[in-house]
Design a protein around this ligand. Sequence first.
Ligand SMILES: NC(=O)c1ccc[n+]([C@@H]2O[C@H](COP(=O)([O-])OP(=O)(O)OC[C@H]3O[C@@H](n4cnc5c(N)ncnc54)[C@H](OP(=O)(O)O)[C@@H]3O)[C@@H](O)[C@H]2O)c1
Length: 305
Amino acid sequence: MDQTEPTKMTEKNNHYTLITGASSGIGLQMAHECAKWGQNLIMVALPNSGLRQAAEEIKLKYSVHVIYYCIDLAENEGPERLYQYTTDHLLKVNILINNVGTGYSGMLGTTEIHDLKNIMYLNNFVMVTLTRLFINQLKDYGQGAYILNVGSLASFIPIPGKSVYSASKAFVLNFSIAMREELKTSGVSVSCLCPGPVITSIELLQRFKDAGNKGNWILQSPEEVARIAIRKLLKGKKVIHPSLKIYIISVLSGLLPDGFVSRIAGWVFRRIAEKAKKIQISQEQVATSKSNLPENSFRKISNLN
Ligand SMILES: NC(=O)c1ccc[n+]([C@@H]2O[C@H](COP(=O)([O-])OP(=O)(O)OC[C@H]3O[C@@H](n4cnc5c(N)ncnc54)[C@H](OP(=O)(O)O)[C@@H]3O)[C@@H](O)[C@H]2O)c1
């Protein structure tokens, strides 16, 4: 089954936090955090992504309503179908978390147009469309309604070799700040989460190891990022940096000449990519290293965000 058949709800408990990309990584951990705060959940991810199991675990652990809905949001009218599902079942959303996102590594000239389209669609168009679809509901709720868009440290840094990804994340930040102003008098608070590298997969951990552990000081677990994100979201923070280090890097990136910042970022990512290419991760290595990663953090990731 790809979706929950929701039970009838009363007027009082029919508000939900909707999280896209909630089957793994940061999205899954934000679902746990929101449930801890007593929020009912609508968890959204791809079909066959383990979403049902994740939703059932959360339901058992916290006494909140948990609905899951499997959909490929990159498909035509994906966001519209999700919205239709919520209205068909009279589910009202008071917190919208636009977490789903994807990325790539590679020079523009060698990247497939289909992949570029997918990044811009998932990272930007899906976020904008869902915000548009749920905005009136959020405004009706007023005080206590929130939107959290997931950007990245890359929102502040134009990265050669990840140009479309970093530009798409700059879009997320820009859009969030503008929406925050637009919704200022409505009671709806808009925040943008800007994480640095988060260990959500074995591949990401391996890339950092390949880079000679130089980047380890900046890594965070999805649990830590989610905990800080939800706490700061509920406090109404505009831009959420999940650590002091990430904050300092983002501030420095704004102060230093952009050409210089971009060159350094390109150099760092090139080094990581070159080293990662040299090493094949064997299945045994994946299996043994899994036990060293944070719980629930082993799903695939296609990029170093
Ligand atoms: N990880 C990082 O280092 C990092 C750093 C900065 C920013 N971010 C941003 O944080 C957000 C979450 O990243 P993450 O690393 O936690 O991601 P992740 O572990 O790869 O999880 C992505 C989630 O989105 C779902 N998903 C992917 N494509 C989808 C689609 N077309 N339709 C519906 N659901 C889809 C995935 O389902 P499946 O499980 O089936 O794939 C999964 O639930 C993204 O916006 C990312 O850009 C990540």
